[in-house]
Ligand binder design. Sequence first.
Ligand SMILES: [Cu+2]
Length: 322
Amino acid sequence: MNTNHATVLLRNATLGVGLIGGLFLGAQAAEAKTVHVTFTAKETTLQIDNKGTEYPAWTFDGAIPGKVVRVTQGDTVDFKLINPPTNKNSHSIDFHAAEVDVLDEFAPVKPGDTKHFKFVAKRAGVFMYHCGAPTMAQHIARGMYGIIIVDPKGGYTKAFPKPDREYVLIQSQFFPNADDKEAMIENRGWTGSLINGKIFHYDPVHDPNASLALVSKPGERVRIYFVNANINMPVAFHPIAGIWDRVYINGNPKNTLYDVQTYNVAVAEADAFDIVSPADRSTNNAIVDHTMSAAMRGAITVLMNSPDADPKLGKGDNILLR
Ligand SMILES: [Cu+2]
């Protein structure tokens, strides 16, 4: 029996149960669902470091990065982009998890207009999304990007163990002159590395104003969903005082590497990284872009592994710390 036949039989069986008594809702949970997602483009002012330096950002929903979109492989994303009439620029959406028409679904949306389309998230993994309106480098550099996680329809397995905690980290280059598109394209004058929208966001070691860090308990498996939203620079992703237990290229368990010190993440690539700290002691890791020009500009994130780790962090809606 091939997979399609099995799927049809499973659907019929589920339908039959539903018709008979509306029981066994659990059996229907594996069915693909439709997830409604709405983004509103907001041209606004945001703080790009822990001491409150303001920057004229362009955003999805008023934050860098935009919100985490999470679906299961096979789900339909019913998406709406609102560009309010108060904005000065056209904006767009480019979901790397979508296989559609760049000239249709991803076309620029003028201020006052709305774009609505659907796509099926057919492939498991982690994917970047971003605004692709011209000049794209500027729209990304000013903050219009985020992550969509497409969990495998097969769920967790031995090859893809359930993590104890999950965190999203999205790195991007900060260009202080928000209007200098040429500098962004030619990689001139960038002064900061933003991690989830802020320089040294989770690094109280290098920045006394930093109040957040990633946490776990000793021995826990921590899965990091990492997006390289830089304009021009790859990222040498490395956990200081640790080793990546597994790297899932593009976040897909079909593409797993083991025991990796540093993994090179291309521009616009997203991957998932597992780290498991020693179980018998408290430790700290510094998760860095080992490219020194980026690390010293802000691309360092502290992961504290201790028994008193906040049980709420790295779980549910707390995977992208703001
Ligand atoms: Cu835009």
